[in-house]
Design a protein around this ligand. Structure first.
Ligand code: GDP
Ligand code: MN
Ligand code: MN
Length: 246
């Protein structure tokens, strides 16, 4: 049941260009990396979004009353707040920052919209459907590997940001330990391990957040289940969400 036979390797893919709309990420990656069977290819959502043309100009947004009200409260650009509202299906917190649910079920600050690594007066929305993006890229990588699309996120109850998986393909989101005996033979009852997030955390650690220009990391030698589960908690199982909405 161990996740590797001794050690795993994690390394960056160097030399990738600044990604533009319609760039074929799979062939870009293949031309910079000799992929091996079982590799987990982790790709920063930033470049997936760029390749999908998810850039917007702030000037393209016309803030409505809600965006204007929130923007005044938290001292943000009202055009940016309108972009966040447009990308969200539900707002869970309006202050001291906007926490919202994206169309694909991910909960994050500012709907995951980035202003870093994109240029002046421009924003970058998250990929429209990162799960489909992961599946599409994996199908074009030409090897039996896994793909994780990562984003850097804050976590409730803990300081600091880490990488999380917002799309995955060829690897389970969750490893199910239920029913497996512990060291004393007692069967585990509730442990679902968020392996796609753990791998995303490792890749984010390698990628960095600033100007390194390394949006792809590979985790090699990991043993993992190929399918199962989702990292987006169903609303009816979430005990925190109703408290935020109170
Ligand atoms: P996020 O975590 O998905 O929001 O992405 P970040 O903005 O934190 O960027 C992650 C890594 O990718 C950093 O090392 C960036 O320098 C790098 N990066 C971002 N965009 C590009 C790009 O278009 N080309 C290359 N080569 N690297 C990029
Ligand atoms: Mn991001
Ligand atoms: Mn990041």
């Amino acid at each position: 049941m161990n996740a590797c036979d001794g050690s795993i390797q994690g390394f960056l893919v160097y030399g990738l260009p600044v990604v533009k709309e319609d760039d074929d990420l799979a062939s870009l990656i293949r031309s910079h990396l000799q992929i091996q069977e079982g590799d987990v290819v982790c790709i920063a959502s930033t470049i997936v979004a760029k390749s999908e043309g998810r850039f917007r100009k702030l000037d393209d947004y016309y803030p409505g009353p809600r965006a204007t009200r929130i923007a005044n409260t938290i001292e943000k650009d009202p055009r940016f707040v309108q972009a966040v509202l447009d990308e969200s299906v539900e707002i869970l917190l309006e202050k001291p920052f906007i926490l919202s649910v994206t169309r694909f079920g991910h909960i994050g600050v500012n709907a995951g919209i980035d202003q870093s690594n994109v240029g002046e007066d421009r924003i970058l929305l998250l990929p429209l459907d990162p799960q489909s993006s992961a599946e599409r890229i994996r199908s074009r990588l030409g090897k039996d590997c896994a793909v994780i699309i990562t984003d850097t996120c804050g976590r409730p109850f803990r300081c600091g940001v880490t990488g999380v998986a917002i799309g995955w393909s060829g690897i389970a989101a969750l490893r199910d330990w239920r029913g497996v005996p512990d060291m004393n033979g007692r069967k585990l009852e509730i442990t679902l391990e968020a392996i796609a997030d753990e791998v995303a955390g490792m890749s984010n650690l390698l990628m960095g957040e600033a100007g390194d220009g390394t949006p792809v990391a590979v985790i090699r030698g990991l043993k993992y289940p190929k399918s199962g589960g989702s990292l987006f908690m169903p609303e009816e199982e979430d005990v925190i969400r109703p408290c935020l909405k109170r």
